[in-house]
Design a protein around this ligand. Sequence first.
Ligand SMILES: [Zn+2]
Length: 160
Amino acid sequence: MSKIKKTPEGNEATEQCPICDRWNAPGACDHCEHYFGAYWDWEIINSDRMEEFDRAWRTFTDLVQDLKTPVDTVTDELVELDVLGEQRKYLLQSAADGESVSCVLRELLAFEEGSKVATEGMVSGEGVTLYLDSPSDFTSIMDDIKKLTELIKKIEAEQK
Ligand SMILES: [Zn+2]
């Protein structure tokens, strides 16, 4: 394959989306809607959604770790209210454990991996591009964090 591929926008493509086969140039911000970010040195980078999640996750982790009520009690309350699905349970536990954002997202989202990227020299390393088939999976995590925050604050206010 010596022929240089172009994206639909005319940029030099560096990789192809494993979901829709579009030729993408993430470096030029020219990519399909499936592009999520890059996974580099155990962290997700170059991702708007990752930054959005990062902010929400920090606030949520602070809330959970500063609870006056033990997290097990909060968990029990949420189970009793019948509002603790698998994803919410995982989010709550991960926040209590101080899991990293990249770790949580990799666990909850079914990423497809694009081609491997390697660089040499000063910032040498290796990573892969992450693609996500269903954007609503990400939205559902953001919604769950918001909902959990409301529920936990309510429980905490009642435990006096
Ligand atoms: Zn795509």
